[in-house]
Design a protein around this ligand. Sequence first.
Ligand SMILES: Nc1nc2c(ncn2[C@@H]2O[C@H](COP(=O)(O)OP(=O)(O)OP(=O)(O)O)[C@@H](O)[C@H]2O)c(=O)[nH]1
Ligand SMILES: [Mg+2]
Length: 249
Amino acid sequence: MSNMHPDDVLSPLKALVIIPTYNERENIEPLLARLLGLPIQLRIMVVDDNSPDGTGQYVEDFGKTDPRVTVMRRAGKMGLGSAYRAGFKEAIKQDVDVIFEMDADFSHFPDALHDFLKAIPDADVVVGSRYINGVTVVHWPLKRLILSYGANMYTRIITGMPLRDATGGFKCFRREVLAAIDLDRVKSDGYAFQIEMNYKCWRKGYRLKEIPITFVDRRAGTSKMNKKIVWEAVWMVWRLRFLDLIGRL
Ligand SMILES: Nc1nc2c(ncn2[C@@H]2O[C@H](COP(=O)(O)OP(=O)(O)OP(=O)(O)O)[C@@H](O)[C@H]2O)c(=O)[nH]1
Ligand SMILES: [Mg+2]
């Protein structure tokens, strides 16, 4: 609380931050400390896919000393989308107002939670964007940046969705938005998961609002990015448009 800025009004909202993890032992310890130190009413739900590096066990032990932290421990690596679906299903049953998505690898700054909470009164979903204030991505190889930027241009053209960054994973949903989405019908697992959720929220008429975030490449651990994840997104945008067209989104 000591570093609280006078403008930082404590939000009356109760927040739950969902963090999917796979081998994030080095990151999760400092991340939990940073998040829990924020002047925000928050709880944290880690969804761990039996990380071989012991992330799940660490968080479970941590939760015994601080009840604001819980962990959902799953049997094996089932993908990011699957982890979020499981987390969301649990989250919407809880007494919370807003639900965050956040990576464990410090690509997303914990302090930015304030910016999301400031934006949520005028929105239903707040999307952290790397591409509305120029390009706010740090330490990415050019190739990776071009892939991400191009994927977003492609998504915007095919879907017509008014987002500059539809693949980002730093987001805040009102609880009722997630409760209104049929999560069992959300199929994708990689970046496509972010696109699919944004699209479904948008087509249901919810207000999406982008706010600028600074995204920094992971400082520890290894990337889970691969070709399959990219192809999934390439097909998914067409699938979404098609399902929408036949009224079965
Ligand atoms: N539970 C679970 N978490 C995952 C899985 N895949 C990735 N994650 C987590 O999801 C978050 C984002 O994954 P990253 O590996 O950072 O993916 P990325 O941001 O696309 O790639 P890099 O940042 O370049 O490594 C991190 O917290 C990961 O630990 C998974 O299969 N299951
Ligand atoms: Mg990452």
